[in-house]
Design a protein around this ligand. Sequence first.
Ligand SMILES: C[S@@+](CC[C@H](N)C(=O)[O-])C[C@H]1O[C@@H](n2cnc3c(N)ncnc32)[C@H](O)[C@@H]1O
Length: 237
Amino acid sequence: MYISALRNFLYLPMSVIFILFGFVLFFILMAIPKRKYAAINSAHQKSDLEQRIGDIGDFIAEGDKVLDVGCGNGQFGEEIAKRFNADVRGVDVVDYANADIPIEFYDGVHLPFEDNSFDVIVMAMMLHHVEHQEELLSEAIRCSRKGLVIYEDTYFSYWQKLSIIWNDFYSNRVIGLIKILKGLESKDILKMPLPFKFRCVNGWHGLFHKKKLTPKNTIVRHLGIKPHSKVTFVLEK
Ligand SMILES: C[S@@+](CC[C@H](N)C(=O)[O-])C[C@H]1O[C@@H](n2cnc3c(N)ncnc32)[C@H](O)[C@@H]1O
């Protein structure tokens, strides 16, 4: 069991408060000066990247070839390259890249690489953005030698699912707009697809089982006052 009954119960009122607070938050964030906003954003991203790196453990070895699928701005890929002295490339379908790793753009389904081209493939907070999830997962399995690391938002009740759908819309469209208005992001970020293809932990495990992936580690985190849960899957081929 990944969530207590009490936490799950409290997530109902917390989800309502979280959604209503979003409207006020827009004006608060717009009022914060650009420099301060950028500093808060980068501190938040730093702690998030730190946690993600910790979840990888020894699955990525020094010098490994790594593909970051749905790399976005490329910052996570760049961090992996630094921490593991790894050879990291990124692919995405939208160009708002801002990092020192090679990034290619492709059709969103067919990875433009040979079989087993990479030791590890990472997919961070991206699979819920993918309409053809199963096809892309098969492609990632085909191109990886050891396996995959997948990071996702997840849910344990209907209200938590509603809350993470709202969060996905808010953090990509509303926060995206705020960043564009502050001159911190390219307007292409608003082209990011949002099909809200979230799954619960068992739903993901079912899909991995179907694709013959073996979960080496499943790490679930509940996020303090936000009624959200995150999960990291380390998966062996
Ligand atoms: C929420 S962002 C996450 C970015 C980055 N991985 C991170 O963790 O910061 C989701 C990313 O997935 C990308 N994406 C959506 N569909 C995709 C697809 N079919 N293939 C690759 N990337 C995709 C989006 O363009 C976006 O950059």
